[in-house]
Design a protein around this ligand. Structure first.
Ligand code: ADP
Length: 209
């Protein structure tokens, strides 16, 4: 298969992409991949692991080409392991792409079916969520308020322009300030039809093969 059929979880740090992604990933036919988790699994003694710590501890993005290379290697491994079955699963990507350059580099790997945009206009509420997560999950990158604010700024400057890149026709807005259950309910209302048409396309392709 040349391109993975993909849904993007999109939104600023603290919007709840990880929470939603992890739940969606437990549903058969969806495979969840969070780019931050891919980086956190790297050996921190390796050059690339150190590079990641260097950028993430300052709230900066890892350079685009390296990010896509590491992500592609990880996802290929998941296919080999049969954890991700691209001929069946819709890929749920969380935290990638984060720049227009990354989106360009990803076009040879993914076909974007939908962008789930977790909308949260209240910066202070998101920052408070990140602070609580830093304590709970021992996340160095969110331990300092200045780093959290910097991550928020980078999202606005580098990542938010992707909404124009993918275009309104691909984007579904969801209010991220509602409870996780409500956000999940709204996400599924959008994603189940996407998954159903993916399955319908697969059976059609099999029938004409
Ligand atoms: P959050 O979920 O809070 O937005 P992540 O766990 O996705 O944070 O990412 C943690 C860090 O990993 C980021 O601050 C950044 O340094 C790095 N990172 C993750 N995804 C990307 C990406 N797509 N491009 C560049 N850097 C990334």
């Amino acid at each position: 298969m040349s391109q993975y059929q993909t849904v993007l979880l999109f939104g600023p740090p603290g919007a709840g992409k990880g929470t939603q992604g992890r739940i969606l990933g437990t549903i058969p036919g969806f495979f969840h991949c969070a780019c931050g988790d891919v980086f956190r699994q790297l050996d921190i003694q390796s050059d690339i692991g150190r590079l990641f710590l260097d950028y993430s501890s300052k709230g900066e993005l890892v350079p685009d080409e390296i990010t896509i290379e590491i992500w592609a290697r990880h996802i290929d491994n998941q296919v080999v392991l049969r954890a991700f079955k691209p001929e069946f699963d819709v890929l749920v990507l969380d935290g990638i792409p984060r720049t227009v350059e990354q989106a360009d580099l990803l076009t040879k790997h993914i076909h974007v079916l939908k962008v789930l945009h977790l909308v949260c206009p209240d910066e202070e509420q998101m920052i408070e969520r990140l602070r609580r997560r830093a304590l709970r999950e021992n996340r160095m990158d969110d331990a300092k308020e200045s780093v959290i604010r910097h991550r928020w700024e980078i999202y606005q400057q580098e990542t938010a322009p992707l909404l124009d890149y993918y275009g309104a026709g691909h984007i579904a807005d969801i209010d991220a300030q509602r409870s996780p259950g409500e956000v999940l309910q709204q996400s599924l209302e959008i994603l189940i039809p996407v998954q159903n048409s993916h399955f319908a396309r697969l059976s059609f392709e099999r029938a004409v093969d």
